[in-house]
Design a protein around this ligand. Structure first.
Ligand code: DP6
Length: 392
């Protein structure tokens, strides 16, 4: 019976870590940013969200749309999730209106089941991968003829940074200047294969939930920081230009300097917020000192740190410098979850760090993640159901 049919589609989506940060909204309702940003998409072998979207006329209308996240029912009534549902449904409804032979999927309740392949205890913000997978899965289910950039317009309304997870490699989110947000979307600056040697070492400092959420922190910065104006009008436009050039030329020292300066600039505007917001702690600061020591000892810039709205350090480096970067951190931190045997194999401890810095890192880093640049969302035939979706 046609009415019994369950339509379904699955996708995976990656995490991205910005090297020029998004911080500030010019329109909170449409989720429009005060500046452009640029990120590296990380490999889904290590960090990804898998999402299945399904719809059926036999799903009770009274239950409405639902979302199961890592095995737990999750609220879908928030304005951002509702905006994503609405945008996707209206695009499907337009297809159905143009071709009456299409099944009326837009009228059916949606069930979304989503799981991360990394432990929640990793303390990584998963909203970027989560909303990107959510939007991509429903777009696949609805067979929307939309490009990743078009879908990024929708994912942006779920969470700003999610719009960059619709692509692999090196990705820019152009702030746009239209009031309706129709030009505030992501595009790919370079494929992962353009610069595949890019690696990331993530030092998980704390799995605790963030003190101040990004959404509220950036609103406070926009409202109270004087320094913020300098950042959005001068610092970021210059950093975007320098970063795109560094990526095009595969110039790691330039990439690294902009990455570190932009992270510092973002956290400076947080400190300039009134009352101030501090995301980095002593362990984060020790990671900065360690990166500086490594670069000084090698005699060139081989590592770059960056921090989001929390204390975890993300350290970018090139594969050829694994020994200097990973070898040094492994030597200091020692055995903890996340080190990979094949990456550590044959690495010699080439340098030592200041004792104070080493001690703070050893005690403060609870796990590490070794990963690298990777691809965008991938359609898959692996389906999660309300029954099999399990918590990890
Ligand atoms: C520091 O995308 O989480 O990670 O749009 O309010 O959901 P909302 O904010 P969100 O902010 C991310 C901020 C950041 C920098 C970045 O990823 O560019």
């Amino acid at each position: 019976m046609a009415s019994d049919t369950v339509y379904r589609a699955s996708t995976t989506a990656p995490v991205n870590i910005a090297v020029v940060k998004y911080w500030g909204k010019r329109d909170a309702k449409l989720n429009l940013p005060t500046n452009s940003s640029l990120s590296v998409t990380l490999s889904q072998a290590d960090l990804r969200t898998l999402t299945t979207a399904s719809c059926s006329a036999r799903y009770p209308a009274s239950e409405g749309d639902s979302l199961l996240l890592n095995g737990e029912p999750s609220d879908v009534s928030g304005a951002r999730t509702q905006a994503c549902f609405r945008e996707l449904r209206s695009r499907r409804a337009a297809l159905e209106a143009a071709d009456p032979s299409l099944p009326k999927l837009s009228t059916m309740p949606l069930r979304i089941v989503s799981e991360n392949n990394f432990p929640t205890a990793a303390g990584l913000a998963s909203s970027a991968a989560g909303f990107a997978a959510f939007v991509r899965a429903i777009a696949n289910l609805y067979e929307l003829p939309a490009s990743p950039s078009e879908l990024s317009l929708i994912a942006r309304q779920g969470s700003g940074s999610a719009c960059r997870s619709l692509f692999g490699g090196y990705v820019a989110w152009r702030m746009g200047d239209k009031a309706d947000g129709s030009d505030s979307m992501a595009d790919q600056v370079a494929e992962a294969s353009h610069w595949p040697e890019m690696r990331a070492l993530i030092l998980v400092v704390s799995a605790a939930k963030k003190g101040v959420s990004s959404t509220s922190g950036m609103q406070q910065t926009v409202a109270t920081s004087g320094l913020f104006q300098e950042r959005i009008t001068k610092v970021v436009p210059k950093n975007m230009e320098l970063m795109e050039k560094a990526i095009a030329e595969k110039d790691f020292p330039a990439f690294a300097e902009v990455t570190m300066r932009d992270s510092n600039s973002f956290h400076a505007t947080c400190a300039d917020t009134y009352p101030p917001i501090f995301y980095m702690n002593d362990v984060s600061k020790a990671a900065i000192r360690a990166v500086e020591t490594i670069n000084a000892n090698v005699g060139r810039t081989v590592a770059a740190y960056t921090f989001d709205a929390g204390p975890n350090a993300v350290i970018y480096y090139l594969e050829k410098d694994t020994e200097a970067v990973v070898g040094t951190f492994y030597h200091v931190i020692g055995d903890t979850d996340g080190w990979k045997k094949d990456v550590l194999k044959g690495l010699k401890p080439t340098m030592s760090l200041d004792e104070g810095v080493a001690g703070i890192l050893k005690n403060g880093v609870s796990r590490v993640i070794l990963t690298g640049v990777g691809e965008g969302p991938i359609k898959t035939d692996e389906f999660l159901t309300m029954q099999t979706g399990s918590s990890r």
